[in-house]
Every structure is written in structure tokens, then in C-alpha cells.
Design a protein around this ligand. Structure first.
Ligand code: BG6
Length: 467
């Protein structure tokens, strides 16, 4: 039986907009999501899991079930309703209260500064395509470092790559733009640069605690051993993984990354240049990341593709309805015989092992890794007050084993945060795609431990990965 280290963090992950609700309460300013969801009319982020009011209950559950870490994010627009300028004292007080409650419950807190929720005032001016947003973000980060001295672990951004692609490639996030790879690359670079600036402010300011970034890293494999497919996987990997890790740990993009970006941009009819001065800041930050947060749910098999971009997002859980082919990059295909979730997310734990070994080999200046998200979206059934979610337990167990193997092979992984602590609202899938250890009845806001919560409790106690 495989085991995990004694001092390992067994956490649960959340994000402000997905769990807090209270979108117009406590002086919170608007975000682009509010109007975007209203317009779509499928679901709202209100009341979500009402964490805004129920956080004492959720933190009590953490303590009771041995969940000794929580990932949460600060909603930027609760602190600065307009993104910059006047501070909302009520928002500041709220997060102090949450942090102090977590301390009382012996739950370590990992705080993300930006989890998909740029304040509307800045979003409307171009979000991170507009370099003024970078300055505003750095100011907001600095304010938080000064104010929330009790925070031990900071993370600048959650998932730069999904932000860029969901906003500008597949259009599932506001502003809903599709197939604009130039915007994707610009957004990625600007956010990597913003991360570097925030890290440098943190380190130059001598603040206590640790700082890192959370990247979504999903391993890419060629669909076949043909030269064309191998190249397609290389291109997909370059944009979704290598660019992020190079930017974070090398302070500039490697030759391989740049050649892939050039090829993708040429095929899509644009040129891309990044300001040289940005790399000075990025190089200064490259050895100052205290940890890397990895969100990892799935891997992709990639096939050469030369047609027009064609993406269909499976946001309903009807298996087999997703499609993902991008001009100049490749097509992500289903691989015969490999299991996937109802949302077509491939279950392939080896992808996590391979990713961790690769980071250790290619980016040896990483200091520590936390798996900041992993978990399985599932249409849980509530039967007589009980939720039997064996498929989720099986999923998490397999990924934990891959993790244990990587640790045994020398990768410094110090914790794992299951997405999600309790059921939350899912950005482009609504409320029936549940991930939580704790089932939330969204009408009554009552919490019920799922079978997986008891399983996780046993794991946290024994550190043994059992069935
Ligand atoms: C990650 C995000 O991409 O995956 C979370 O950080 C998100 O915010 C999670 O909810 C699961 O994705 P989804 O689309 O199934 O909710």
C-alpha cells in the first residue's frame, strides 16, 4: 500500500466567486461574470454555497474531517469595488474574520489573489490585455500583503492558461471572444509578468510567508507516434505548459517555446512580440517562487489538425459532446479504452506522475509543489441523506497513488487540495457538476458529508492510500 508523508497537507479547495454567494453584499463591487451569467440565463453565482455566511460551518467541517488546509481566494472587488481607489472596509474585515476562524480550527490557509474575478471596472477596459490592469493588480496585491499579515501562503493567480483560452479562444468565460490566439498569447504573457511583479514586491518588501502561483497543467501526449502528431502535441504543450513554466521559472521563454509560438501565430496570421523590459522583472522573480501550485484534472492526446478552429464545450455532462480542434495547434481526441468523466475529462493518473517528473527535471529551481486542485466532477445523487460517490473516491485514490510515486521518486510535493471542499458553483457548468467532499443542498444550504469525505478523513489520519 502506498503512503504519503507525515507532514503532508490534506486540503480542500474553494474560490470566492464559486462559494461565497453574496455577490452584491458587504460592499462588493461587480465583476464581469455577474452580467455574463444573467445574460446567459442558465444559472447565477448566487447563492452558490453561501460561504460568505457559512464559513464557520465549513471550517468546522474541515477540523472534524481532518482537512488541515483550505484554499480560498480573496475577491478583489470586495477589497477594491472599482479595482483601484477606495478600500471597502467591510470586505477587509470579512477576510480577517475568515482567516481567524481558520486559525482557530487549525486549518492552514492558502490565499489566491485572483481566481477568474477581475473587478468589472478593470475588466471592461480590457482586463489583462490592458497593461493598466497589471499595475492595478500589483497595487491590490501589495495592499493585501500589508493588510493580511496572518496569511502564510499567497498565490498570485489561479490558472492563467484557462483564463486566456476561456476568455479568448473558446469563449466560455466573459467577454466570450472566440479563436483569437493573439489575445490568448498576450493575456498569458501579461499575467506571467504581473505575477513576477507581485512576487518581487512581496520579496523586496520582506513580507513573512510564502508566495507562488497556481498553474493548470494538463499533460499532452501525441495521439500516435507519427511525426505530425508528435509535433501537434509539442505545439499544444508549448502554449499550455511550457510557456507558463518557462515564464515562471526561467524568467523568459525558451527557444522551443518561442519557435512554437511563432509557428502558431504564423498559421493564424499574426505576429507576437513581448516587451523586452518585462523579462528583467521576470528574471528577477524566477528563483523567488516559494512553491508551485498545480491544478491537474486530466491529460490530452493530440493529433495534427490543419482545419479551421472548432471547439465545443461540454457544459452539461452529456458524454461525448465535446470537441477541441485549434488551427495551427492540433486536435485533442478521445483515446480508445481510456476512461473519462461525463464532461469528457480523461482520467489518466500517469499524466500527473509524468508532469511532476518533468518539472523536477526541466525546472530544478522549483522549491516545492502543492497540488492545489484535483478532483472529479460528478452528478452526485442524494439518497436518504447519503451520497455514495465511489467513482470520485476511485479517481482521487488513483491520482494520490501517482502522487505518492512521484514523491518516492524525489519530487518535493508537500500537499494536496481536493477540488472542492464543498459543492460549489461551476463557471460554465452550473450546479449539477459537483466536486465537493461535502454535498450542499443549494436550497437549504445544509452540508452533508459524502462517502468521499469519510474516505479522505481516513487518508488524512493514516496517510495510507487504501480502497
Ligand atoms: C479549475 C478552476 O479550472 O477547475 C476551478 O480553478 C474550477 O475554479 C475547476 O471550478 C473545475 O472546473 P469546472 O469547469 O468543472 O468547474
Amino acid at each position: 500500500m502506498k503512503t504519503l508523508p507525515d507532514d503532508f497537507i490534506f486540503g480542500g479547495a474553494t474560490a470566492a466567486y464559486q462559494c461565497e454567494g453574496a455577490t452584491h453584499e458587504g460592499g462588493k463591487g461587480p465583476v464581469a461574470w455577474d452580467a455574463f451569467l444573467e445574460k446567459q440565463g442558465r444559472f447565477l453565482a448566487e447563492p452558490a454555497s453561501d460561504f460568505y455566511h457559512k464559513y464557520p460551518i465549513d471550517l468546522e467541517l474541515c477540523e472534524k474531517f481532518g482537512v488541515n488546509g483550505i484554499r480560498l481566494s480573496i475577491a478583489w472587488s470586495r477589497i477594491f469595488p472599482e479595482g483601484t481607489g477606495e478600500v471597502n472596509k467591510e470586505g477587509v474585515r470579512y477576510y480577517h474574520e475568515v482567516l481567524s476562524e481558520a486559525k482557530k480550527r487549525n486549518v492552514k490557509v492558502f490565499v489566491t489573489l485572483h481566481h477568474f474575478d477581475t473587478p468589472k471596472a478593470l475588466f471592461d477596459e480590457g482586463d489583462f490585455l490592458n497593461r493598466q490592469t497589471i499595475d492595478a493588480f500589483v497595487e491590490y496585491a501589495k495592499f493585501c500583503f500589508e493588510e493580511f499579515k496572518e496569511v502564510e501562503y499567497w498565490s498570485t493567480f489561479n490558472e492563467i492558461y484557462p483564463i486566456a483560452t476561456n476568455q479568448y479562444l473558446n469563449g466560455t468565460f466573459p467577454p466570450g471572444i472566440t479563436y483569437d490566439l493573439k489575445k490568448v498569447m498576450t493575456c498569458l504573457h501579461n499575467m506571467l509578468y504581473a505575477h513576477a511583479r507581485a512576487v518581487n514586491v512581496f520579496k523586496d518588501g520582506g513580507y513573512k510567508g510564502q508566495i507562488g502561483v497556481v498553474h493548470s497543467l494538463e499533460t499532452k501526449y501525441p495521439a500516435s507516434m507519427s511525426d505530425e502528431d508528435i509535433h501537434a502535441a509539442f505545439l499544444d504543450d508549448a502554449l499550455s505548459i511550457r510557456m507558463l513554466l518557462d515564464g515562471t521559472f526561467k524568467g523568459r521563454y525558451s527557444k522551443e517555446t518561442l519557435s512554437a509560438l511563432k509557428e502558431i501565430s504564423e498559421e493564424n496570421g499574426f505576429e507576437i512580440h513581448f516587451p523586452e523590459a518585462d523579462f528583467v522583472e521576470m528574471e528577477k522573480a524566477k528563483d523567488r517562487n516559494d512553491y508551485l501550485g498545480i491544478n491537474h484534472y486530466q491529460s490530452h492526446f493530440v493529433k495534427a489538425y490543419h482545419g479551421e478552429s472548432r471547439i465545443h464545450h461540454n457544459g452539461t455532462g452529456d458524454k461525448g459532446t465535446s470537441a477541441y480542434a485549434v488551427k495551427g495547434i492540433g486536435e485533442r481526441i478521445y483515446k480508445e479504452g481510456l476512461p473519462r468523466t461525463d464532461w469528457d475529462w480523461l482520467i489518466y493518473p500517469k499524466g500527473l506522475y509524468d508532469l511532476l517528473i518533468r518539472i523536477q527535471t526541466d525546472y530544478p529551481n522549483y522549491k516545492a509543489i502543492y497540488i492545489t486542485e484535483n478532483g472529479m466532477g460528478y452528478k452526485d445523487e442524494f439518497v436518504d441523506g447519503k451520497i455514495y460517490d465511489e467513482p470520485r473516491i476511485d479517481y482521487v485514490k488513483q491520482y494520490m497513488e501517482a502522487l505518492a510515486d512521484a514523491i518516492a521518486d524525489g519530487v518535493n510535493v508537500k500537499g494536496y487540495f481536493l477540488w472542492s471542499l464543498m459543492d460549489v458553483f461551476s463557471w460554465s457548468n452550473g450546479y449539477n457538476k459537483r466536486y465537493g467532499l461535502f454535498y450542499v443542498d443549494f436550497d437549504t444550504q445544509k452540508r452533508y458529508p459524502k462517502q468521499s469525505a469519510y474516505w479522505y478523513q481516513g487518508l488524512a489520519r493514516t496517510k495510507e492510500i487504501r480502497d
